[in-house]
Design a protein around this ligand. Structure first.
Ligand code: ZN
Length: 468
């Protein structure tokens, strides 16, 4: 069996084969760093982490690039609200992202390019596109991509230009030749971060950075391009147009892989609805691994509904797997399967797990096989099976769970749960001390908690804490 993946561009599932044998070049669109990342971002990061882990498990070397959009209107606006430099805001949020995704057990990308560090390549591409008639500069220092020059425009979202125009909210700009033309370069407004260019000081449009990063770090064509389904149009459609028009090579990506979007109890999660859950909130509740389990329990291309009930059921499912390996000691696990029914069940589970994952990463089915193995381990252990057979089956369960990024470890979760009431109590006492203006004592609590890895933050609504 070999891995079969669904490619959004062709709409088909077909066997995965990389351009260079044994090596996978994968680019995944990362966050625009203007605010705390939320669980929708976490879902996408987990989906592509599992794809990467499975490719590595299957013997490939994976070069995984994930960008940070670190210059953009929203960053500039938010930084102004906070009274800090856009660069400072971006830097802080990138650090948060790296720490929070690590705590979600997402493997670090091989490369993390940032828009502001790719300006030379971006300018080189825009110059090339203008030279070939695919782009044009207008008054004000903007440069637009000429969609009419690229006959394949619409091949990813399977829409014609007319259909796109009917569905899109297009800003009227008389400088554009076609309303669907999009910005490659934006002339600088006063006070904004800007770089010199042949079209005057300005900054890149959003879409061009990904094309430039792929071109510079991974080459003309890549094996997998990933992101959330909300990026198909216009972002990925525009990436295809820019890259393929510039390199004259196609397809930019052999496989376009898109994850379904996360919904909050049936509603779209959005800042304007005030129902965003940040990754940090999730981690503070000790729910990192349970959330990964929730993501895995639905197929990556389907929308995922986040709710209290869904999280409860994910926690229970995770606990069932954890219970089967609670007493696991790797030192006692034999390398080869002992002659015992449980060991044979473990080996069959591995084969079934692979078959499910090969079927377009069917993680719900893969998980169901892990449950069967967990049940068999509990049953045989209770029935007095030899320690070696139990340990072997447990090692297989750990191995396969690991391919999904599940550690099945319970220690950190337990400590987090255990300390919560005590830290809350300390903060209550501290609030009282502050009321009585006993600042020294209040500060000592904050500093000592900091030394213990607990960061206290004082806001107008009171104090909050989180683990570092
Ligand atoms: Zn992108």
């Amino acid at each position: 069996m070999t891995l079969r993946l669904t490619d959004t561009r062709t709409g088909e599932q077909r066997p995965f084969e990389p351009i260079e044998p044994g090596v996978v070049r994968m680019y995944v669109c990362g966050p625009t760093v203007y605010d705390d990342a939320h669980i929708g971002h976490a879902m996408s990061a987990i989906v592509f982490d599992v794809l990467r882990r499975y490719l590595e498990y299957s013997g490939y070397r994976v070069i995984h690039a994930q960008n940070f959009t670190d210059v953009d209107d929203k960053i500039i606006q938010r930084a102004a609200t906070l009274g800090i430099e856009p660069r400072e805001l971006a830097e802080r949020l990138i650090e948060d992202w790296l720490r929070d995704t690590a705590r979600l057990n997402v493997k670090p990308a091989t490369i993390y390019p940032r828009a502001t560090q790719e300006i030379d390549t971006i300018i080189e591409m825009i110059k090339g596109l203008i030279a070939e008639g695919h782009a044009y500069a207008v008054e004000g220092g903007d440069v637009f991509f000429r969609v009419d020059s690229f006959p394949g425009y619409g091949k990813l979202s399977h829409r014609s230009l007319d259909e796109m125009m009917a569905g899109a909210r297009i800003e009227v700009d008389p400088r554009k030749e076609n309303p669907m033309d999009f910005a490659l370069w934006k002339g600088a407004k006063p006070g904004e971060p800007a770089w010199d260019s042949p079209w005057g000081p300005g900054r890149p449009g959003w879409h061009i950075e990904c094309s430039a990063m792929i071109y510079r770090h991974l080459g003309d064509r890549i094996d997998i391009h990933g992101g959330g389904a909300d990026l198909i149009f216009p972002h990925h459609e525009n990436e295809i147009a820019q890259s393929e028009a510039f390199t004259d090579q196609e397809p930019l990506a052999r496989f376009w892989v898109h994850n379904g979007l996360l919904q909050l109890g049936g509603e779209k999660m959005s800042k304007s609805l005030g129902n965003l859950i940040t990754i940090r909130e999730l981690l503070e509740r000790g729910d990192g691994e349970a959330f990964r389990f929730l993501v895995l329990s639905s197929h990556y291309r389907s929308p995922l509904t986040f709710s209290d009930e869904a999280m409860d059921s994910a926690r229970r499912g995770l606990a069932r797997l954890q219970s089967a390996v609670r007493d696991f000691d790797p030192a006692t696990a034999p390398e080869t399967a002992p002659d015992h029914a449980l060991a044979r069940i473990a080996d069959e589970t591995r084969a079934e797990f692979r078959a499910a994952m090969d079927d377009d990463l069917n993680t719900p089915v893969a998980l169901s096989h892990l449950f069967e193995l967990a049940r068999a381990i509990n049953r045989e252990r209770d029935a007095g099976a030899p320690a070696a057979a139990v340990a072997y089956a447990q090692s297989v369960l750990k191995e396969l769970a690991g391919v999904l990024g599940l550690t099945l470890e319970t220690t950190t979760q337990r400590t987090d749960e255990a300390i919560e009431p005590f830290v809350d109590l300390l903060l209550e006492v501290r609030a009282e001390l502050r009321k009585q203006r006993l600042w020294d004592l209040a500060d000592r609590i904050r500093v000592r908690l900091g030394e213990l890895g607990i960061r206290v933050e004082d806001t107008a609504q009171g104090s909050t804490w989180r683990r570092e």
